[in-house]
Ligand binder design. Structure first.
Ligand code: SF4
Length: 271
């Protein structure tokens, strides 16, 4: 069974996929990968905390106080996660204070948005504590593992927002955002999750989103009748690479500049 990440790796460079999964060349840790892991972990922990925070709102709470509650909790989580991963961050030359300031821009906004959403719901529905949590939508799941034996595909969705019967998968990305739409690798990843959710969980999927957190922007991908066929075709291409010979160097050499395999890759035969 292949992973969803392998589909986006294939789109980036089939040779890279081969080096990583067939020749099993180890990749040096890159600071973006480590920073991405920290950010994922923070999202994971704050989503787990959400239930306790909301159940703890026992009576009407002004918006400013809600922001303070979410800010305090999110700030604590960011600091704790950075602390837990301090050694890995130092290995790639990232200081704790530097990454804290960068992440805090993202999570302060998250805290304000969540407080606003909960406040509006509370005012509208006039419910608190357990009832507030029970009735609040969307519920949010994070790091959800899904797989399909029929597709031969598995993956972990960053986040799923549940609005009644509608499930909305969301991928969280750091780094550069395209001027328009989403990167091809991000698109195929999200479309693969949408397909897995339809196939395996029989869920109603109309759309998904890529959150480009460094730009505070959410971009939409709509489900369409061609998504499943495109995923099946790409799965086949990935499997062909894994069973085949070393693919050629990618035509767009700009991709090699930031590739973690560049020091080894160009010395290998493409025959
Ligand atoms: S260095 Fe270039 S050709 Fe080689 S794996 Fe990386 S992107 Fe592909």
């Amino acid at each position: 069974m292949i992973s969803v990440n392998m589909l986006s790796n294939y789109l980036y460079c089939p040779r890279k996929l081969y080096l990583q999964y067939v020749l099993k060349l180890a990749r040096p840790p890159k600071d973006v990968l480590i920073k991405g892991r920290v950010r994922h972990k923070v999202f994971d922990v704050i989503n787990e905390l959400d239930k306790d925070i909301i159940k703890g709102i026992k009576s009407f709470t002004p918006y400013e106080d809600l922001v303070m509650i979410f800010r305090r909790e999110y700030s604590r989580v960011v600091r704790e996660v950075i602390d837990q991963m301090k050694l890995e961050l130092l290995e790639v030359g990232v200081e704790s204070t530097t990454i804290f300031h960068k992440l805090w821009i993202i999570f302060l906004k998250e805290a304000q948005d969540r407080a606003q959403y909960v406040y509006d719901f509370m005012i509208h529905e006039k419910v608190y504590g357990d009832s507030l949590w029970r009735r609040l939508t969307p519920k949010i799941l994070t790091e959800v593992s899904i797989e399909s034996n029929e597709l031969g595909l598995k993956g972990i969705v960053d986040r799923i927002e549940i609005h009644g019967e509608n499930y909305i998968p969301i991928e969280i990305k750091t780094g550069k955002m395209p001027s328009d739409g989403v990167w091809p690798g991000d698109r195929i990843q999200l479309e693969a999750y949408m397909t897995l959710l339809v196939d395996e969980f029989n869920k109603n999927i109309k759309e998904g989103y890529i959150d480009y957190t460094d730009y505070n922007e959410r971009r939409k991908i709509t489900m369409n009748p061609y998504v499943r066929d495109n995923i099946l075709t790409t799965i086949q291409k990935v499997n062909d690479v894994l069973k085949g010979k070393l693919p050629s160097i990618v035509t767009n050499r700009n991709k090699c500049v930031s590739c973690s395999f560049r020091s080894k890759c160009h010395n290998l035969d493409s025959s």
